[in-house]
Design a protein. Structure first.
Ligand code: HEM
Length: 222
C-alpha cells in the first residue's frame, strides 16, 4: 500500500514537480525563533477561516436594505450551524485585525523590515490596509442602527478630504446618502475586490518570506 502511494507521488512529482514545491514551503531551514514569529501564520489561518465562513454566509445573506438584517437574523436562528458560521466570521474579523497589527509590531520591533525584506514590508502595509477595508465594508452589511450610523460617520470623514472629498464620498456611498447603492457597493467590495487583493497579495508576501528566509531574533548589539 505504502509503495503504491509512493509510486503515485513519484508519478505526480515527475510531471508536476510538487515535491520541490512542498520542500521549499514546508521543509525549509528556519533560524531558532520564538512564539512572536507565529503571528503571521496565525493571521493567514484566520484569513482562510474568514474566506471559508464568508462563502457560506453569502448563500443566505441578502444585500438589500429590506432583507439584510432579517437574512442575518435567519442565519443566526434558523440555519443549521448558522450561528456558529456567523459567529466565527464576526469574531474572526476582530481577531484578524488584532493579529495583523501584532504581527506588524513584531516585524517592526525586530527590525525585520530591513534589507532584503523591504518589499515584504511594503506588501504587508497594503495587506494591513486591505484588512481594515474588509472590516469597514463588512461592518455595514448587517444594516442595523449601529452599522448604518458607523458607516455614515466613517464615510463622512472621507468627505473632509480637501478638493476631492465630496467626489470620494459620492463614489463610496453611490450618491449623497446611504442607500441600497451603498449597501451593494460595500457588499461587492467586501466579497470580491478586497478578498481577491488580499489573497493575491498574501501569495506575493509568502513567496517573499520563503524566498528571503525568516529573519533571526536580533541581538542586543545589533
Ligand atoms: C493578511 C496579513 C498578513 C499575513 C497573512 C502575513 C503572513 C506572514 C507570514 C506567515 C510570515 C512568516 C512568519 C512570521 O514572521 O510571522 C510573515 C512575515 C513577514 N511579514 Fe507578514 N503577513 C501579513 C501582514 C503583514 C503586515 C501588515 C506587515 C508589515 C507592514 C508584514 C510584514 C512582514 C515582514 C517584513 C515579514 C518577514 C519577517 C521576517 O523575516 O522576520 N506582514 N508574514
Amino acid at each position: 500500500m505504502a509503495t503504491r502511494t509512493a509510486k503515485v507521488i513519484d508519478w505526480l512529482d515527475d510531471r508536476a514537480g510538487l515535491l520541490s514545491v512542498w520542500n521549499s514551503v514546508f521543509d525549509r531551514k528556519v533560524p531558532k525563533v520564538n512564539w512572536w514569529y507565529t503571528l503571521g501564520s496565525a493571521t493567514l489561518f484566520v484569513a482562510m477561516m474568514q474566506a471559508a465562513t464568508g462563502v457560506f454566509l453569502s448563500i443566505y445573506y441578502i444585500p438589500t436594505p429590506e432583507e439584510a438584517y432579517s437574512s442575518i437574523d435567519y442565519i443566526m436562528n434558523d440555519v443549521a450551524f448558522g450561528w456558529l458560521v456567523r459567529g466565527i466570521h464576526h469574531w474572526g474579523a476582530t481577531l484578524m485585525v488584532i493579529l495583523v497589527f501584532l504581527h506588524m509590531l513584531r516585524v517592526f520591533y525586530y527590525g525585520a523590515y530591513k534589507y532584503p525584506r523591504e518589499v515584504t514590508w511594503l506588501t504587508g502595509v497594503v495587506l494591513f490596509l486591505v484588512t481594515m477595508g474588509l472590516g469597514f465594508t463588512g461592518y455595514l452589511l448587517p444594516w442595523n442602527q449601529r452599522s448604518y450610523w458607523a458607516t455614515a460617520v466613517g464615510s463622512s470623514i472621507l468627505g473632509t478630504v480637501p478638493i476631492v472629498g465630496d467626489f470620494l464620498l459620492r463614489v463610496m456611498r453611490g450618491g449623497d446618502d446611504l442607500t441600497i447603492l451603498t449597501l451593494s457597493r460595500f457588499y461587492g467590495v467586501h466579497i470580491w475586490f478586497l478578498p481577491a487583493s488580499l489573497f493575491g497579495l498574501m501569495g506575493v508576501h509568502l513567496y517573499l518570506v520563503i524566498r528571503n528566509g525568516i529573519s533571526y531574533v536580533p541581538r542586543r548589539d545589533e
